[in-house]
Design a protein around this ligand. Structure first.
Ligand code: PLA
Length: 429
């Protein structure tokens, strides 16, 4: 509102009481007068606090956003080239409700495999989604609409927003054990017990690769056992694949868990995001797919997903989808992308080694082996919320209070400072 407008409201227009001065005005505002500020988001709230800190030493290893070795945001060269090719050549019409057909086709090849029989048989219902978050939310709404009494089993721990997404979709949540704090690895036996003990036909949320926040994934053999047990129990697997390419550096290898489930004949759901692996964070480019029994069912399911999207945001944004389809649809750009994904993954691995080495050189009494054992964007350090608070208050290092370090924000320039601070707050524990 313009300053003049605000002035009039405060002073009151002749003949009307000024806002805030009369009972009519109070009752006008009262329906939301009781609203309290919402709790800060445990991840994006960290970025807000980081931005507000004037210290020149500050380090942000909170949100999972890739940085180059100078700590700067990165736009991939394949993305720049795709933008050059797109620029000035296309109109800004609405996409269909389900989004860009070309982008969806390319996304399905990435998740299900270039030669997937399911793509050929048109058995996959898929829509472009508002990145990975939007894909998860559409799925949760679809689940609620067509199986209203169902629940979702979510790993402990998981990406904090998973809980919000299924809560807002009114799907009750159950949890399954996943991570063992002592070994800082997978608690496979407990996970299998929880899968076996869940009622037949339960929905399970699985991280396809590079589990957030733990950086701990099942091995191929373990995925096979999980898939087998899902078959026995007739559970429905929903894969959140937000980091395809970030675990191994190769998107094809990172789709292994999904491919195992497909080989075993499961019907699956899958959320894909191009935020991290293409660096398209703010473009909100993603895809939701559901493998159906046949083409007829896929057509029906897609039409229902579109119907859920229509009253929420009508149709998805066009630019990111064009970037994705331009890159994945061109062999030369796609191979450039694969190289760039690999180099992001490699820089992170290098920083894992550097952080561990620095801590060991400082004579830390603790084991930091897990920094290099864990994979993907995050290191689940094992630090307590109190230790994290000290890092923030005394060293201006910003990270989530669960002890998760976004390795994508660690650089040659800050790794020594980070290691020193971690050593200071953990050496007496
Ligand atoms: N799923 C998982 C497991 C994620 O970690 C994230 C992002 C998403 C989905 C959603 O990403 P998108 O909607 O941007 O595609 N997690 C971040 C950012 C990187 C966030 O919290 O939104 C994180 O720092 O955990």
């Amino acid at each position: 509102m313009a300053a003049i407008g605000r002035g009039i409201l405060r002073r009151g227009i002749v003949g009307l009481p000024a806002v805030g001065s009369g009972s009519a005005a109070r009752s006008m505002a009262s329906w939301f007068g009781h609203v309290e500020p919402a709790a800060k988001d445990p991840i994006l709230g960290v970025t807000e606090a980081f931005l507000a800190d004037p210290s020149p030493e500050k380090v942000n290893v909170g949100v999972g956003a890739y940085r180059d070795d100078n700590g700067k945001p990165v736009v991939l060269e394949c993305v720049r080239e795709a933008e050059r090719r797109i620029a000035g050549r296309l109109n800004m019409e609405y996409l269909p409700m389900g989004g860009s057909i070309k982008m969806i086709e390319e996304s399905l090849k990435l998740a299900y495999g270039d030669d997937s029989e399911f793509i050929k048989d048109k058995r996959i219902a898929a829509v472009q989604a508002l990145s990975g978050t939007g894909a998860c939310r559409l799925f949760a709404d679809f689940q609620k609409r067509f199986l209203p009494d169902s629940q979702i089993y979510i790993p402990i721990p998981t990406w904090s927003n998973h809980h919000n997404i299924w809560r807002d979709a009114n799907v009750p949540q159950r949890t399954f054990r996943y991570y063992h704090p002592d070994t800082k690895g997978l608690d496979f036996a407990s996970m299998m017990d929880d899968i076996k003990n869940a009622p037949n036909g339960s929905f399970f949320l699985l991280h396809a690769c590079a589990h957030n926040p733990t950086g701990v994934d099942p091995s191929e053999e373990q995925w096979r056992e999980i898939s087998y047990q899902f078959k026995v129990k007739k559970h429905f697997p929903f894969f959140d694949m937000a980091y395809q390419g970030f675990a191994s550096g190769d998107p094809e290898k990172d789709a292994k868990a999904i491919r195992i489930f497909l080989e075993d004949g499961h019907q699956i759901g899958c959320a894909q995001s191009y935020a991290k692996n293409m660096g398209l964070y703010g473009q909100r480019a993603g895809c939701l797919s559901i493998l159906c029994e046949d083409e007829l069912q896929a057509v029906a399911v897609k039409s229902q997903l579109q119907q859920i999207a229509r009253p929420m945001y009508s149709n998805p944004p066009v630019h990111g989808a064009l970037v994705v389809s331009t890159i994945l649809g061109d062999p030369e750009l796609k191979s450039l992308w694969l190289k760039e994904v690999k180099s992001m993954a490699d820089r992170i691995i290098g920083m894992r080694n550097a952080l561990r080495e620095n801590l060991e050189k400082l004579g830390s009494p603790l084991s930091w082996e897990h920094i290099t054992n864990q994979i993907g964007m995050f290191c689940y350090s094992g630090m307590t919320p109190e230790q994290v608070d000290r890092l923030t208050n005394e060293f201006h290092i910003y990270m989530t209070r669960n002890g998760r370090i976004s390795m994508a924000g660690v650089t040659t320039g800050n790794v020594g400072y980070l290691a020193n601070a971690i050593h200071e707050v953990t050496k007496s524990s």
